[in-house]
Every structure is written in structure tokens, then in C-alpha cells.
Write a protein that binds this ligand. Structure first.
Ligand SMILES: [Zn+2]
Length: 74
């Protein structure tokens, strides 16, 4: 399963993904992930969108890796 790396954009709760999409964490929502069909729960879903389009979907946190989570060598 591919994992998208998210980079901070400077905007709060708004990340740029390594796949060119933009991601916003969603809390307090229960919905199925559009990629793996697993139910995501609080704090474990991201709203994935491309700017200037209406294509958007919810994906779960299993597919994304926040850059600030890395603890490896720079
Ligand atoms: Zn998923």
C-alpha cells in the first residue's frame, strides 16, 4: 500500500501530499475510507482534495505519513 508523505504548508491543518493532493485532518467524523473501505474513526481520517477541483474524498490515516512524525536522519 502506497503511503503519501505530507508536508506542512504553513496553514494550520493543511498539508501538501507527495502525490500532489492536499490533505486536511478530519475529526469527529466516522466514514469509510475511499481507498481501503475500512471505517476510519476520530482523528484518523483525512479530507483529500486537489485545488480548484471538486474531486475530494475521505481517506484514512493508514495511507499518510506526516513529515513531522519522522524521526530518522535528515
Ligand atoms: Zn484507508
Amino acid at each position: 500500500m502506497d503511503v503519501v508523505t505530507l508536508t506542512e504548508t504553513g496553514e494550520r491543518d493543511f498539508f501538501e501530499g507527495s502525490d500532489g493532493a492536499y490533505y486536511t485532518p478530519v475529526r469527529g467524523v466516522e466514514a469509510r475510507c475511499r481507498w481501503c473501505r475500512v471505517w476510519g474513526h476520530q482523528g484518523d481520517l483525512y479530507y483529500r482534495q486537489f485545488l480548484y477541483t471538486r474531486r475530494a474524498k475521505l481517506v484514512c490515516g493508514r495511507h499518510v505519513q506526516r513529515e513531522d512524525d519522522w524521526r530518522g536522519p535528515a
